[in-house]
Design a protein around this ligand. Structure first.
Ligand code: PHE
Ligand code: CO
Length: 292
């Protein structure tokens, strides 16, 4: 799931509950839809060992996500709930931020129920069930990451009251969606937007183009991101514990106030003080924009 502005006043669509949830209707999936899941699953499961944080692989295993077909949310939630108190609920598509944050704060992860068409395996605009479940749910079985996501939901509600959602949304983007972690000296993937993408799973770790920069909370909250292509910079955390402590245990109100007077940092630019892990060539972004 991603954070994208929707009119705050919009109420749940017809057929959805007031909290925007709908039934997954697992029995309604076609054979082709289950086959699309299997194809995406097999492709990522073959590539990720050695590239993704072991906590993610452990999550796949303890949640038995390798069983064939699109997971049944009710059954998945039962397993997940027993481990960390989280559950997975279905929504018709993107939901307003306040609704999304409220669910996270209650340890409910909202997931799209639809799956991409077989001719859209590599690119889609709205998060589908593969991105949401394969990408996000395994780490919700990790107790520390599970606490981070709940705290993020509470922080999200607070950011709305403080008028600072744009800053906090960048933290989600550069951790939950596109985060890297350094473990035993090696970089590994953990962001859901990366691990659910065939192309970006390789690019984020191996391509010489993007900058890879040590995580710094203020830096991240000042940095713009792109939604139309691979990222031009990734931020690397040292551990989920460290991420949790730097975010949950800090009061963001004074930080938001300071950031108000600081300029945004464009994607793909380095700034003084950056803990450079790899200085990217930015060749990918340059080629895409037609400049050489
Ligand atoms: N501590 C943050 C605040 O004071 C909330 C937060 C927690 C944000 C965890 C992100 C992640 O608003
Ligand atoms: Co997502």
């Amino acid at each position: 799931m991603q954070i994208k502005p929707l009119p705050a006043t919009s109420s749940a669509p017809p057929g959805a509950a007031p909290d925007w949830t709908v039934a997954q209707d697992w029995k309604g999936y076609t054979r082709e839809e289950h086959a699309t899941w299997d194809l995406l699953f097999d492709r990522q499961a073959a590539m990720l060992p050695g590239r993704v944080t072991p906590a993610f692989l452990k999550g796949l295993e303890v949640l038995r996500l390798s069983r064939r077909g699109i997971p049944d949310f009710a059954e998945l939630s039962q397993r997940l709930h027993a481990l960390t108190g989280w559950s997975v609920v279905a929504v018709p598509g993107l939901v307003p931020e306040a609704v999304f944050f409220e669910h996270l704060a209650q340890r409910r992860f909202v997931a799209g129920r639809f799956i991409r068409r077989a001719d859209q395996l590599d690119y889609l605009q709205e998060p589908d069930v593969f991105h949401d479940v394969f990408g996000h749910v395994p780490l919700l079985a990790d107790p520390v990451f599970a606490d981070y996501m709940q705290a993020y939901g509470e922080g999200g509600l607070r950011s709305l009251r403080l008028g600072a959602l744009d800053k906090l949304a960048r933290l989600y983007w550069y951790t939950v969606e596109f985060g890297l972690i350094r473990e035993g000296g090696a970089l590994r993937l953990y962001g859901a937007g990366i691990v659910s993408s065939y192309g970006e799973s390789v690019y984020a770790l191996d391509d010489p183009s993007p900058h890879r920069i040590g995580f710094d909370l203020r830096r991240v909250m000042r940095t713009r991101y792109r939604i139309d292509d691979y990222q031009q910079n990734y931020f690397v955390i040292d551990s989920f514990e460290d991420l949790l402590h730097q975010t949950r245990d800090a009061d963001f109100a004074p930080l938001y106030a300071q950031l108000e007077s600081l300029a945004d940092i464009e994607s793909g630019t380095m700034v003084p003080g950056d803990a450079v892990i790899t200085l990217g060539t930015q060749a990918h972004a340059r080629a895409r924009s037609g400049l050489h």
